[in-house]
Design a protein around this ligand. Structure first.
Ligand code: SF4
Length: 331
């Protein structure tokens, strides 16, 4: 059995705002094994990025606060870990890449030096050795002419190359877990496929676990062995990727799958959409938070939060339709 790199238990994260308390994450549980790729999927604002950023404690506190739960990294709960210890974790045990690499890259410093700084910090390398190793890393992330590119500034890189450089920087400390927060959203489809391919290759070669945050089930399918679907601050369905794509059970997952464009789709017909909007997390309604958008909604759905039903050892779904006395429903 493989070691668990990250285990999240009943995580609740909220933000204090002028309008009141926003319950961004409302009791999330999942775990990621060594070398495993997991995707956390859902619409914008569902809490997936907040969950991921909590692993590195990137939210300023206040206004953010972890209200409850545990984030167990390599067997150690980091929820109350002081900042000076978190600094040793970031980049070394867990790294993160974002949608827009420009927010993480320093525009005033050449790329090789930026990657070199990570190597000096986490590997204790001298400046020259770190710069040389940075060139190797640029080659590893498939940047042509790494020798020359290492001496250039981020502005001289294309969007795809900046994301590759960011990945190079993220893997420089040889982390056990890479969190990728919508890393391909700003890229065109060809570059998107190349970045996913690169991440898969790195995962295979280095046995690094990946937590992919995405709104795109297609991206999740192309990289993840396990998928968790998140809605309004909670995970509503989780399963092995094959199981989820072949036998989804939650109406929200059905809606997400129906909104993926198909190869032979009639181009004159509109894409299917999930009507309505997610609830405001400042005022979450009683019962199932998907109720107002769900065409299968029953009376109990408006009264009580659905319990989580186990479909198999690896497949769980929080929906009242799975209750033995519920009517049959088809996607
Ligand atoms: Fe729809 Fe009810 Fe299931 Fe919620 S619990 S997704 S409202 S059927």
């Amino acid at each position: 059995m493989k070691d668990i790199i990250l285990k999240i238990e009943n995580l609740k994260v909220s933000f204090q705002t002028d309008l009141g308390l926003v319950e961004a994450v409302r009791g999330v549980d999942f775990e990621i094994e060594e070398g495993e790729a997991m995707a956390l999927v859902g619409e914008s604002g569902c809490g997936k990025s907040v969950t991921a950023q909590s692993v590195l404690k990137l939210h300023p506190s206040p206004p953010a606060g972890i209200d409850e739960g545990h984030i167990i990294l390599q067997g150690k709960d980091i929820v109350n870990m002081p900042e000076y210890e978190m600094k040793k974790i970031r980049g070394k045990i867990v790294s993160m890449i974002f949608q827009d690499p420009m927010t993480s890259l320093d525009p005033t410093m050449i790329i090789g030096k930026q990657i070199g700084e990570v190597l000096s910090l986490h590997k204790g390398m001298g400046k020259k050795a770190a710069f040389n190793k940075a060139k190797d890393l640029l080659s590893q992330v498939r940047i042509a002419n790494a020798e020359k590119r290492a001496g250039q500034y981020p502005v001289e890189f294309s969007g795809g190359m900046r994301q590759r450089a960011m990945i190079g920087m993220a893997i420089a400390g040889e982390p056990k877990l890479l969190i990728a927060d919508e890393p391909t959203t700003a890229l065109d489809v060809t570059i998107q496929a190349q970045i996913i391919d690169l991440l898969r290759a790195i995962q295979r070669e280095s046995n690094m676990a990946i937590l992919m945050i995405t709104h795109d089930l297609g991206v999740a399918a192309s990289i993840a062995q396990k998928v968790a679907v998140m809605y309004a601050g909670k995970i509503v369905e989780t399963a092995g990727a094959n199981e989820l794509f072949h036998d989804p059970r939650h109406p929200y997952t059905w809606g997400l799958m129906n909104s993926i464009p198909q190869k032979n789709q009639d181009k004159t017909r509109d894409l299917s959409i999930i009507k309505g909007k997610p609830p405001l997390l400042i005022d979450v309604p009683k019962g199932c938070s998907f109720a107002s958008r769900c065409k299968y909604c029953m009376r109990i759905c408006r009264k009580e939060d659905p319990v989580t039903f186990e479909i198999s050892d690896s497949h769980k779904c929080a929906c009242w339709l799975l209750h033995p006395e519920a009517p049959k429903a088809e996607p």
